[in-house]
Every structure is written in structure tokens, then in C-alpha cells.
Ligand binder design. Structure first.
Ligand code: HEC
Ligand code: HEC
Length: 376
């Protein structure tokens, strides 16, 4: 037996890149403040899968899909702890695992991007935010595929460990050193074209990482409300955005807007009355794009409790539930003043975005600490 160089640097790099990006994306979802990193690592994982799939067509011998071995999968599993054939490239189990990882990986990333669009009003699919009902399902699909992916990966790892410690094979070692035992010399070298392709891969990933940290990147940037009758939106923002932010029209149902607009003289202790013309334009705008007609996550949640007596967003039960972890005293702090100052915690409140990825958790943490200290 001699040792041959089977897995070039490209394979090993992509292998570790996929492991790292998937694990980091998976972990970040458990920390509210890291949700943006969940998106960033997820997109990097998606990019890694795409590059690996391309490599499956243009890469070196054993990396190509044409070299994958699916035949004998049943007898391979049947003999899992027994005498097994030694494969130079991918054995049937890892061939199946890789294909599953690619398929599940691509579905996970796509459904994740649809979810960011529909729930967070961000990214390429940001416009789906206003079609929430139809795309709600993608969050479940995303979670299901991510967990299925994790299961396949764990089985794949178990398989490799059995291969190493039980069957005394060298798949794991070969993914580190690149060398595998073979009967005759099977060394792989990269052609010039393959080296150039790999150069492109590295450059692409480098640029993508930098780009993803640019907050207004196309994958994560907030989708603006401009799709709404923009002239009326301007009028609304001008007249109703002077004392507080111009609250997104889809945060209240039509009935609430109607009762508020019919009594602007007594507006939370202020006189917010407008000239007749402005008043009509704004009332019409708010009616037209209220939570009854704009289908967002928030509007779907408050639909059941629509009540013309409740003219404050903060009086709606769903709002209260969403904020029940926050101490009432925190809202009264000098830096916040009132529950109605959404923008102090929600960075993109002016664009109507209240997603977790747009919450200023760092600020919230320091305010909580300040509150704690003031009590001592
Ligand atoms: C003169 C200042 C002023 C103007 C102009 C004004 N508001 Fe207000 N608005 C207030 C005050 C004060 C509150 C109470 C805020 C609080 O609870 O801290 C308020 C509260 C609100 C709330 C409820 C926020 C919550 O607690 O959920 C909504 C919705 C609202 N205003 C909409 C409008 C609309 C629509 C217009 C334009 C027609 C408008 N406001 C113009 C002063 C103003
Ligand atoms: C003191 C900070 C603070 C203020 C002020 C505040 N929020 Fe929030 N809001 C939060 C936090 C923190 C969460 C996330 C709670 C959690 O992790 O479950 C949240 C959650 C939400 C959610 C649910 C998001 C989701 O996808 O589950 C909505 C919608 C929301 N806020 C709207 C508003 C609106 C509208 C206002 C203003 C009228 C407002 N918030 C004012 C801190 C604040």
C-alpha cells in the first residue's frame, strides 16, 4: 500500500468552510443579539454550497459528481461494522450524505431568505413583507430543513468516526492531510484552469464577506415603504412625523386610524389638528394602507383584536405580549421616555421594521444595566 494525494487543498478548504459557516449560523440563532450574524453565516454557507456544487462539475477527479458512488449503499450500511470495501473517493454513504447536504442546504438558504423578506422586510425578498400570509410557511420549512441538515451532518460524522476507529480506515485523516492509502499511485494535481477557478472562489468569498458587513447590502437591507403612494406617504411623514416617528400605517387597523383622525384636537393631550386638505389626504392614506389591507406579520397578529377604542399601538395585546419581557420602568427612563418612542430600541422603526435583527440590543443592555444600578 502507498499513500496518494486525493483531496486537494480546494476540497479541504470547502469542506471546512461549510462546517464552519453552518455551525456558526446554527449557533447564532440562539442569541437574539447575534441574529444578523445568523443571516451572514447562513448566506456564506449558501455561497459555499454553490461553489462546492460547481466544483462537482469542474473539480478534480474524486470531487466530481460523476465519480460519486451510489451503488452498493444498502450493502455498505449492512456491513457498517463488518468488513468493508475501501473506497478511494467518496464511499456510497458519504456520496448520499453530500448530495443530501447540498439539496437541504440550498432549500434552507432559499427558505431563509424568503423568511427574512416576509418577516423582517429585508433583502432580495423584502417586498414579500406585505404578503406575509403566503410566506409564513417558509419559516417552518427553513427550520425543518436546517434540522434535517444537522441530522444528516451528525450521521455523516458518526459514519466517519466508525470508519476511523472501528474499520481503521483513513477517510478522516485524508480530509486533514489530503492523503489516502491506495494500491497504486493515484495522486491528483490541480490543472491551471482549476487553480484559476479556485482563485476566483477565494476572491469571491473575500469580497462577499466584506460586502455582507456593509449594512445596506442587497441580502439584508431594509425594504423601504416607498411602494405605497409615495406622495401621500411624504405628506403623512411631514405632518405626523414631527412630534414622534410617523408610525407605519400597518401598525393599526382602519377603525383605530378612523377614530384617531376624527379627533386630532384631543390627540394624547396635544392638539394635532391639521388643515382640511392634509387631514383628508392622510386619513385616506392611513385607511388605504392600514393593517386591514397590508398583510404583514404585525397586522396578522392584531387583526383579531381590532377595536376603534384602542387608538394606541401600545394598547394592543400583541404589542404588550411582544414586550412583556421589558420592565415598565425601562420605558420611563430618560433615554426612552415612552413606549411610543419605538425608534429608541427599533433602529428601523421609521421604515416600519420591527424585526429582531433591527433591535438595538447593545443599547438595551446598557439601559438595563443603568436601571439596575440606579436601584442599588
Ligand atoms: C403636536 C404633537 C403631535 C402631532 C403633530 C401628532 N402626534 Fe401622535 N402623539 C403625540 C403624543 C404626545 C402621543 C403620545 C405619545 C406617548 O404615549 O408617549 C402621540 C401618540 C400617537 C400614537 C400612539 C402611539 C402609541 O402609544 O402606540 C399614534 C398612532 C399617533 N400618535 C399618530 C399620529 C398621527 C397619525 C398624527 C398625524 C395626523 C400624529 N400622531 C400627530 C403627539 C403628536
Ligand atoms: C425599550 C425598547 C423598546 C421600545 C421603546 C419598543 N420596543 Fe418593540 N421590542 C423591543 C424588544 C427588545 C423586542 C423583542 C422582544 C423579544 O425578544 O421577544 C421587541 C419586539 C417588538 C415586536 C415583535 C417583533 C417580532 O418579530 O417578534 C414588534 C412588532 C415591536 N416590538 C413593535 C414596537 C413598536 C410599534 C413600538 C413603538 C410603538 C415598540 N416596539 C417599542 C423593544 C422595544
Amino acid at each position: 500500500m502507498i499513500k496518494s494525494y486525493i483531496w486537494t487543498f480546494v476540497n479541504r478548504f470547502l469542506h471546512y468552510f461549510l462546517i464552519a459557516s453552518f455551525s456558526l449560523a446554527y449557533l447564532c440563532v440562539y442569541f437574539d443579539a447575534l441574529i444578523t450574524f445568523h443571516f451572514i453565516f447562513g448566506i456564506l454557507f449558501g455561497a459555499g454550497v454553490l461553489l462546492r456544487v460547481i466544483w462537482g462539475f469542474v473539480g478534480t477527479k474524486y470531487s466530481r459528481f460523476s465519480d460519486f458512488e451510489f451503488r452498493g449503499i444498502l450493502s455498505y450500511f449492512a456491513s457498517i461494522l463488518g468488513e468493508k470495501k475501501h473506497y478511494i473517493g467518496h464511499n456510497p454513504a458519504s456520496s448520499v450524505a453530500i448530495v443530501l447536504i447540498f439539496v437541504l442546504g440550498l432549500i434552507t438558504i432559499l427558505s431563509g431568505m424568503l423568511t427574512i423578506g416576509a418577516e423582517e422586510q429585508r433583502g432580495i425578498f423584502g417586498y414579500l413583507f406585505f404578503e406575509y400570509r403566503y410566506f409564513e410557511i417558509f419559516e417552518d420549512l427553513h427550520e425543518f430543513c436546517a434540522n434535517a441538515l444537522l441530522a444528516v451532518i451528525l450521521i455523516h460524522i458518526c459514519g466517519s468516526l466508525i470508519d476511523k476507529f472501528w474499520n481503521k480506515n483513513d477517510s478522516i485523516d485524508s480530509m486533514i492531510s489530503g492523503y489516502k492509502r491506495t494500491n497504486q499511485e493515484e495522486n491528483i494535481t490541480l490543472s491551471l484552469t482549476q487553480k484559476v477557478i479556485f482563485g476566483f472562489y477565494l476572491a469571491f468569498l473575500f469580497v462577499l464577506i466584506l460586502y455582507l458587513f456593509y449594512p445596506r447590502n442587497v441580502f439584508l437591507r431594509p425594504f423601504e415603504r416607498e411602494i405605497f403612494a409615495s406622495q401621500d406617504l411624504k405628506e403623512y411623514t411631514k405632518e405626523c412625523g414631527s412630534c414622534h416617528i410617523a408610525y407605519a400605517s400597518y401598525l393599526l387597523p382602519k377603525s383605530s386610524w378612523d377614530s384617531m383622525m376624527s379627533d386630532l384636537e384631543n390627540h394624547f393631550g396635544e392638539d394635532a389638528s391639521l388643515e382640511q386638505e392634509s387631514q383628508e389626504v392622510i386619513a385616506k392614506f392611513l385607511q388605504q394602507y392600514s393593517s386591514d389591507s397590508v398583510d404583514t406579520k404585525f397586522s396578522s397578529k392584531i387583526a383579531k383584536e381590532s377595536d376603534s377604542n384602542k387608538i394606541a399601538i401600545t394598547k394592543y395585546h400583541y404589542w404588550e405580549v411582544a414586550h412583556d419581557k421589558i420592565k415598565p420602568a425601562l420605558f420611563e427612563m430618560e433615554e426612552i421616555k415612552s413606549k411610543a418612542n419605538c425608534q429608541t430600541c427599533h433602529k428601523d422603526a421609521e421604515s416600519g421594521i420591527f424585526a429582531k435583527s433591527a433591535i438595538d440590543y447593545a443599547k438595551l443592555k446598557s439601559l438595563k444595566k443603568e436601571l439596575q444600578d440606579s436601584k442599588l
